[in-house]
Design a binder for this molecule. Structure first.
Ligand code: SF4
Length: 182
């Protein structure tokens, strides 16, 4: 077992010995989900450039199992919204979110996606949480790649610790209801 695998298996409750590991099904599912998050980059402006750097060899998001970008919502489970989102784009963003299969997580990367940033104007959405639920907010204008990675690691924590049947959790259903999402 290499060092990285060791760290990953130490993140779950298990009994281990030479050549074997026993754990609960839910822990194994959480471990697999957390280390194979497929991002959908919804990048509209400068924060998207920081994301490109995060994917490049210096920061290498592949170390976290997230090198496989998906531009199809149906094959992604981590929506990363990066940049200024105009109000006209709100319904498009929501449609993308609705087309993602469960379990799905959302990161608002940077000030614009989180709150509208410096663009306090009639045309800019003052935070994507006005149209879709957000799991993690990454501050900064722009955030550095290290901060984006920290955001991904927070999503990993959620994926590991949440119920394998997240969609059936009452609090999650209530959250979706508050956004009028089935
Ligand atoms: S938060 Fe700053 S860097 Fe990111 S999209 Fe907005 S203006 Fe650009």
């Amino acid at each position: 077992m290499n060092q990285l695998d060791k760290i990953k298996t130490e993140q779950i409750e298990s009994h281990q010995g030479e050549g074997f590991m026993l754990t609960k099904f839910s822990e194994a599912i959480g471990l697999a989900r957390a280390n194979s998050l497929w991002p959908l980059p919804f990048a509209t402006s400068c924060c998207g450039i920081e994301f490109m750097s995060t994917m490049g060899p210096n920061y290498d998001l592949a170390r976290f199992g997230s090198e496989r970008l998906s531009f199809s919502p149906r094959q992604a489970d981590m929506l990363m919204v990066m940049g200024t989102i105009a109000k006209k784009m709100g319904p498009i963003l929501r449609k993308v979110y609705e087309q993602m299969a469960e379990p799905r997580w959302v990161i608002a990367v940077g000030a614009c996606a989180s709150s509208g940033g410096i663009f306090d104007t009639y045309s800019v959405l003052q935070g994507i949480d006005r149209v879709i639920p957000v799991d993690v907010y990454v501050p900064g204008c722009p955030p550095r790649p290290e901060q984006i990675i920290e955001g991904v690691m927070k999503i990993q924590e959620l994926a590991r610790s949440e119920s394998a049947r997240r969609r059936e959790m009452p609090e999650y259903q209530k959250l979706l209801e508050s956004y009028n999402i089935d």
